[in-house]
Ligand binder design. Structure first.
Ligand SMILES: Cc1ncc(COP(=O)(O)O)c(C=O)c1O
Length: 451
């Protein structure tokens, strides 16, 4: 399979940690310089080799140009993010002016909640997954509280099916029943724990909009992993991080999407305001986006004039606050260039095969030991499979199992209470990685497998 993989050279564009790098001594091959089995792109993607060069270019520029670097050189810092936004837009299925980069995910979630969560006595509820990522819950609950409501009453979650997965029917039925009291829906496009890809976002969005509810997506585990069509799906806004499947480094600059219907040119003209006081200037039928403003959201023509009048930049860019971190932005650029070199279609094609291969090996070799929590239909998942171990013998508690994998050079992660998340990522993982993982897992479980 690896020999005929059209994107197998993707791996050569990344640093894959060696066994020695990870301090692994117990190698089956005895080769400490050999590569580890890295299946953890769901948490932190590997470093693109080109990232160093681009970061170093900017460090050199800083040392030689100082403040003049803002306006000089191949990539003036004043518009450094213009280098990445078209590439990000391509990956999330948006128009270039619908996306921007700044902060990290939770901060951006706080900001889009400020814009889209406008609670009233009648409509103050938020619909989100029961098993939402903790930080998403904190962000939403804090908004609910700041607005004077009780998160336990205002946050609602649809029931999951018997396998702990989401169903479109449950979301639609809650929207039907409670829609008039809901302000915002927040959906994890790919669920962080189960790896479920919510493949029916347009249907839920349509129903939500019929009920006057705004739809926000958390795309942390979706961006760069599954095909997204944020513009066509008509969702109102989305946020994500770039350190997972976009390989931009730990704590990398995050991204967000605001559908152009909220920032089209009429709206932008009408949204010019002085410290918020003129929000309702112009046509009152146009949605006037609430925002926390900063100078980087101001149009470049007025940004440095230091006037107190805020003239918004066009589109999502008008929601930026501060000048962007240049080193983080070029690290992202390095990685997005690799992504777009192959394109989401080719990456998804390989991803389906890689994850299908992992599923096949687990089913044929370890069926009675491993329970796959992730949906079995390929279109309802990304690259990650989440594994539970229902029948571990007392001699191999979960912690021991996980440590044995790590000691043998397998990098995966675990989530409470006993789920191992395994993410073969098409850019740099091979079919051989998947085989090695299952072979080592079988050894750790004390199961003999035949190759
Ligand atoms: C689904 C989800 N939401 C939110 C976050 C928080 O991200 P950040 O630390 O960038 O705010 C993460 C981080 O892994 C995540 O997986």
């Amino acid at each position: 399979m690896d020999a005929i993989d059209p994107i197998r050279d993707g791996r050569t564009q990344f640093f894959v940690p060696s066994m020695k790098d990870l301090g692994v001594r117990d190698t089956d091959s005895g080769d400490a310089d050999g590569e580890c089995v890295y299946l953890c792109g769901n948490s932190l993607g590997l470093q693109p080799r080109a990232a160093r060069a681009l970061v170093n270019e900017e460090l050199d520029k800083w040392s030689k140009k100082g403040v003049n670097g803002h306006f000089e050189g191949e990539r003036p810092w004043v518009s450094i993010d213009d280098n990445v936004t078209p590439l990000v837009a391509e990956i999330v299925g948006a128009l270039p002016h619908e996306v921007a980069v700044m902060n990290s995910l939770t901060v951006n979630l706080q900001l889009i909640m400020t814009t889209f969560y406008e609670p009233t006595q009648e409509r103050h509820k938020v619909l989100m997954e029961a098993q939402a990522f903790g930080s998403d819950w904190h962000a939403v609950a804090s908004h609910v509280e700041l607005n004077g409501y009780d998160p336990h009453e205002s946050i609602m979650s649809p029931e999951m099916d018997k396998d702990g997965l989401h169903t479109t029917a449950a979301w639609l039925s809650l929207l039907d029943r409670e829609g008039e009291s809901i302000s915002v829906v927040l959906i994890g496009a790919v669920q962080y724990l189960t790896g479920q890809f919510f493949d029916d976002i347009p249907t839920i969005t349509q129903k939500a909009h019929e009920k006057g509810v705004r739809v926000l997506l958390d795309c942390a585990h979706a961006v760069g992993n599954v095909p997204l069509c944020l513009h066509d799906w008509q969702v109102d806004a989305a946020i994500w991080c770039h350190y997972k499947y976009c390989n931009a480094g730990p704590g990398a600059i995050g991204g967000y999407f605001i559908h152009e219907k909220h920032t089209n040119s009429d709206t932008v003209a009408a949204a010019s305001f002085v410290n918020g006081h003129q929000r309702n200037k112009g046509d009152s039928k146009i949605f006037q986006p609430r925002r926390l403003a900063g100078w980087w959201g101001a149009d470049l023509s007025t940004r440095f004039s230091m006037r107190h009048e805020f003239i918004s930049a066009t589109g999502a860019a008008g929601f930026r606050l501060s000048n962007p971190p240049v080193l983080e932005t070029v690290a992202l650029l390095a990685s997005l260039r690799i992504h777009t070199q192959y394109g989401m279609q080719a990456l998804r094609g390989k991803s389906l095969l890689l994850t299908g291969y992992l599923e096949h090996l687990l089913e044929t070799m370890l069926q009675s030991h491993v329970h796959i929590l992730t949906p079995r239909e390929p279109n309802r998942r990304g690259c990650q499979l989440s594994l539970a171990f229902p029948s571990l013998p007392p001699s191999t508690p979960f912690e021991r199992l996980f440590k044995t994998l790590a000691d043998k050079g397998v990098v995966v992660d675990h989530r409470e209470p006993n789920v191992i998340r395994v993410a073969p990522t098409p850019l740099y993982n091979s079919f051989a990685d998947v085989w090695r993982f299952v072979d080592i897992l079988a050894q750790a479980l004390g199961v003999q497998c035949e190759q």
